[in-house]
Design a protein around this ligand. Structure first.
Ligand code: COA
Length: 700
């Protein structure tokens, strides 16, 4: 039992707007409820009818003599509010509001929807919709929808924000015999959303795979929390269309520009352990693979083929997808060598040759499946005159039975001549495709999932020491008082120090003499940088001078910077010149943050310096809940990591210090939602420790 049990397994259902007139939605719904085998009691509600489809009808929900678990509402939009209030007063627990004409049609509709949601909240009702096709559960069974098809019972839960997509899928699945545990049209998601149904499906014993089509996620943090848990219980495959608003936001920082529009979703899905499908085809192929196939123990793939070309294509795909071609044991190779024709390729991909009949496939398959170095098998077949598609299919089914833990995928490359074999595989639950690529894509999805479930759940890291929140608050207060949103470098460095991020000493000077004083205090050599909130990319306007080793050089550089900046940007307000201790050169990195509307702060790490945008060697993670292990994974994803580990004889850099700094940056941006963007570029990484050189912070 969970919160949605009375919605998905109701004992009593009212259909408000039920109609005896064929062709009307209210007619389809009442018939769908009757014909799906629903075992509870159904109450048609219609003010004008005494009986609908053989069931006694009631003029209103208030007249139903029993407690109603679910009311399906299919009356015109203007009447929905009244019906919902009636349902509330009658103690109805859940609503499925089929009616369109709400948020999706504009401001007036949005008002209607808000009112409707408030009514649900007032009476403690949960609502699916409005603007939905409805909800189907094949195991209850219930068909609270106006869909034309009731799917076969199966193990896939499909949640869709598009009604059209859902209807099309139901139609298609009937033609290929694909079954579903449940199908939910999410519509406007005024109350219940994909998050609630992911949670429900994860706990549902009849569901093995969760498949979603979504256009947006409204509550990013809750989605991440629920989906991260659910993804460890069952594979979740998502296709997400559209782009997030983060991209539409003009980004002034490097990190913002690198993040791009769809990145937050990508990062969030990956961090949750969700498998993201890029195309509708891939979504279904993955769903079929997950529903029907065992999960491989590792990423080593064996290919058995009767033609060279497709074998090579499959091999390329294996590598491109980050899988490995299995290396057979000596015993397997010997057996294959002794029993296959001399021209056959016994190494992976095993080419049993164009004239292979079923017996040759059978032999190769048996040996390859039995090999401990093989985690999954792909069988490719082209039909030539001597090919025995049906008998070869039987050989595959025998192997399937004998090696139930080893996933076998087939690609039958052809049409009519292979159709019977393909149908046999479909019936037996062996995924069969027309070409090798989707088979490999499916294996890659399964392997990814295996990694997700087997990755350790990391304990929350111990609290960070040396955090001064009050100090940061005071700096922000001063900045806002000064009518600014961009911090000066010296202020940003102070913020960093408050969070234990080691930053190079920096001070603001308003005259050449003051600059010399500061330089003498911190010791030569120093760097001078123009301090102006309007100038984000200082090098571009000649606003930076490095390697200044004496008072004379500092004075001279001060004047030159002033001249340059006045020349390039005469209007820019200049606060002075920052004097910064020149730090010894380390590996140049960037650590940054950009904020996404749905998912909150995203942390970036990568190769730093002035080529950041050109090289784009950056990885991202959500700042919320960022663990040390995830930070390490994040570092590993970049080429910068190769440098950090010591490239071409160089000493390795202090990776532990970097991980610590990223944790601190994440803590800072989580603690201060007013930080809209942050860039530390460059951060110098040394053999021992790191130093943040140029820190940019923008607040709101
Ligand atoms: N209580 C109970 N029944 C009521 C009622 C009420 N308060 N008010 C009206 N009804 C009855 C009507 O009498 C009618 O029954 P009848 O066929 O016996 O005359 C029935 O409810 C439907 O009302 P009607 O005015 O005929 O509406 P309709 O069937 O033309 O349209 C919807 C209703 C909900 C189908 C329509 O407004 C709609 O939203 N369509 C789009 C649905 C959609 O696309 N959803 C999203 C999919 S992604």
């Amino acid at each position: 039992m969970n919160e949605l049990t009375s919605l998905i397994k109701p004992e009593t259902v009212a259909v408000v707007g039920a109609s005896p007139k064929p062709g009307k939605i209210g007619y389809t719904i009442i018939n769908n409820m009757i014909n799906c085998g629903y075992k509870g009691r159904i109450f048609p509600v219609n003010p004008r009818e005494k009986e609908i489809c053989g069931l006694a009808a009631f003029p209103s929900v208030a007249d139903i003599p029993e407690q109603v678990d679910l009311a399906i509402i299919a009356v015109p939009a203007a009447r929905v509010q009244g019906v919902a209030e009636e349902c509330g007063r009658a103690g109805v627990k859940n609503l499925v509001v089929i009616t369109a004409g709400f948020k999706e049609v504009g401001a007036e509709g949005l008002e209607l929807e808000k009112k409707l949601l408030q009514t649900c909240r007032d009476y403690g009702m949960r609502m699916l919709g409005p603007n939905v096709v409805g909800l189907i559960d094949t195991h209850t069974p219930i068909n609270a929808s106006f869909a034309a098809q009731f799917p076969k019972q199966g193990e896939i839960a499909f949640l869709s924000q598009s009604g059209a997509m859902l209807v099309a899928l139901l139609d298609w699945s009937a033609s290929v015999g694909l079954g579903f545990s449940k199908v939910v049209s999410l519509g406007n998601k005024a109350d219940l959303s994909e998050i609630d149904f992911i949670e429900e499906a994860a706990a549902d014993p009849n569901t093995r795979v969760i498949m979603c089509y979504i256009e947006d996620i409204v509550d990013g943090p809750r989605f991440v929390e629920v989906a991260s848990r659910a993804a460890r219980q069952k594979p979740i495959i998502v296709i997400k269309s559209g782009t997030s608003q983060a991209g539409a936001q003009a980004a002034s920082s490097h990190t913002g520009a690198l993040a791009g529009s769809d990145l937050a979703y990508d990062v969030a899905f990956r961090q949750c352990g969700i498998i993201r499908a890029r195309t509708m085809t891939e979504l279904f192929e993955l769903a079929v693979a997950f529903a029907k196939s065992p999960v491989p123990g590792g990423n080593r793939v064996a290919i058995v083929t009767n033609s060279g070309g497709p074998g090579i294509i499959a091999t390329d795909n294996v590598e491109n997808r980050g899988l490995q071609m299995a290396r057979f044991t000596k015993e397997t190779l010997e057996e294959l060598r002794e029993n296959l024709p001399a021209e056959a390729n016994i190494y992976n991909p095993v080419d049993v040759l164009g004239d292979a009949k079923a017996d040759r496939y059978r032999f190769a398959l048996q040996k390859v499946c039995a090999d401990p170095n093989v985690d999954s098998v792909v069988v490719l077949m082209c039909s030539v005159g001597v090919t025995q598609p049906v008998e070869t299919t039987e050989a595959i089914l025998e192997a399937r039975k004998e090696f139930p833990d080893k996933p076998i995928f087939a690609a039958y490359m052809g049409g009519e001549s292979l159709a019977e074999g393909a149908a046999m595989l479909a019936r037996a639950g062996v995924p069969c495709f027309t070409f090798p690529e989707p088979a490999i894509a499916a294996i890659s999805g399964l392997v990814k999932y295996n990694e997700i479930v087997n990755s350790p759940v990391e304990e929350a890291a111990a609290g960070l020491q040396g955090i001064d929140r009050k100090g940061v608050k005071a700096i922000f207060y001063d900045v806002i008082k000064d009518n600014r949103l961009v911090l000066l470098g010296s202020e940003a460095a102070e913020v960093a120090r408050c969070y234990g991020i080691s930053a190079a000493p920096v001070a603001l000077a308003t005259s050449p003499e003051e600059a010399v004083d500061e330089a003498e205090k911190m010791g030569y050599p120093v760097v001078l940088k123009v301090a102006s909130p309007k100038i984000l990319h200082k090098t571009d306007v000649g606003g930076v001078k490095i390697g200044l080793g004496s008072a004379g050089e500092v004075r001279q550089a001060f004047m030159e910077i002033m001249d340059n900046v006045h020349g390039y940007m005469p209007q820019a307000v200049i606060y002075g010149i920052e004097v910064q201790k020149m730090m010894p050169k380390g590996t140049e990195l960037i650590i940054g943050m950009t904020r996404d509307v749905q998912f909150g702060p995203l942390i970036a790490f990568g190769l730093g310096g002035i080529y950041v945008n050109l090289l784009k060697d950056v990885s991202f993670r959500l700042a919320k809940g960022l663990t040390e292990r995830e930070i390490e994974n994040m570092l590993r994803e970049t080429k910068a990591y190769t440098l950090l580990r010591g490239y071409r004889g160089e000493k390795p850099r202090d990776i532990a210090a970097l991980v610590d700094v990223i944790r601190r940056v994440a803590a800072l941006v989580n603690d201060f939602p007013e930080i809209t963007e942050m860039d530390i570029n460059p951060v110098f990484a040394y053999e021992d420790g790191i130093s943040a050189l140029d820190i940019k912070i923008t607040i709101s």
